[in-house]
Design a binder for this molecule. Structure first.
Ligand code: PBE
Length: 266
């Protein structure tokens, strides 16, 4: 009989995440540029996406999700990125730390920690996997901080203790950002800050830093994924540069699927 297309197998659906995520805009662009007229990008959340992935994976059923690295899903499932010959998803990029204007003057010690915060994809993945395996977010962060004293010493070099100064960290409920934000919060708490974590949509996170209602975020994916937000709020925040390099976004499928490129979705 006729060969069933990948589109038919997955009902022409790409399982997405929250609408404010850069990967959603990139995927709408991919649908356009690759001429995937029959396809729909399904909105949801990071957690809903991994739940759908797990459900399909356990039954060895086909599924296409918006995916990114670092993410615990690559440690738990055998997955692959679909090739993106048109380069819609960009090359490897970085996660930057951003702070509100004036933060340096108001909180020089927190600024110094945030400026010195730098780790690897493996570090971040270790925290993500602990959380995925059931550990509370703060506990996983505390455990990682405890076990990586040398790294923490680098982030806190030259930093003085403070006495309960309040700072607000904005983040989005992506597994990667839950991990990083909890780790940096723990480090800031240990030097005496009263740290509040505010979970927001991506646009609100950037707007919050720009209008000063939030102090900092370690969740700015640049130069491509959050390019729109970066441009929209230019001049209204300070970019402290990468805290992690070598990230990637794209369309991800289980390795058992016989498809290798976005072009094959047409
Ligand atoms: N992500 C994870 C985000 C950045 C971090 C790739 C889902 C995004 O697409 O905006």
């Amino acid at each position: 009989g006729a060969k069933v297309s990948v589109g038919e197998m997955v009902d022409y659906k790409i399982i997405g995440i929250d609408p404010g995520a850069g990967i959603m805009k990139a995927t709408e662009k991919a649908i356009e540029e690759y001429g995937l007229n029959d396809w729909k990008l399904v909105e949801g959340s990071g957690a809903a996406m991994t739940a759908a992935l797990k459900k399909a994976y356990d039954k060895e059923e086909p599924i296409i999700v918006t995916g990114w690295t670092p993410h615990w899903k690559f440690a738990k499932f055998d997955l692959k990125y679909l090739d993106d010959p048109k380069g819609v998803y960009g090359d490897e990029e970085s996660i930057h730390t951003i702070v509100r204007n004036g933060f340096k003057e108001d909180h020089p010690n927190a600024y110094k920690v945030l400026d010195q915060f730098y780790w690897t994809a493996d570090d971040m993945s270790a925290v993500m996997v602990m959380i995925e395996e059931g550990m509370k977010e703060e506990e996983a962060a505390a455990k990682w901080v405890e076990e990586n004293a040398d790294t923490i010493a680098e982030w806190t070099a030259g930093v003085e203790k403070v006495n309960g100064d309040k700072i607000t960290l904005a983040y989005v409920a992506w597994a990667s950002e839950i991990a990083s934000t909890n780790v940096i919060a723990k480090v800031l708490q240990d030097i005496g800050y009263n740290v509040k974590l505010t979970q927001l949509e991506a646009g609100a996170m950037w707007a919050g830093i720009a209008d000063g209602s939030a102090d900092a975020s370690v969740a700015a994916w640049l130069p491509v994924t959050h390019a729109d937000y970066f441009a929209e709020f230019q001049g209204k925040f300070e970019d402290l540069g990468p805290n992690l390099e070598g990230t990637k976004i794209g369309l991800v499928v289980p390795s058992y699927m016989e498809i290798n490129s976005i072009e094959e979705l047409k």
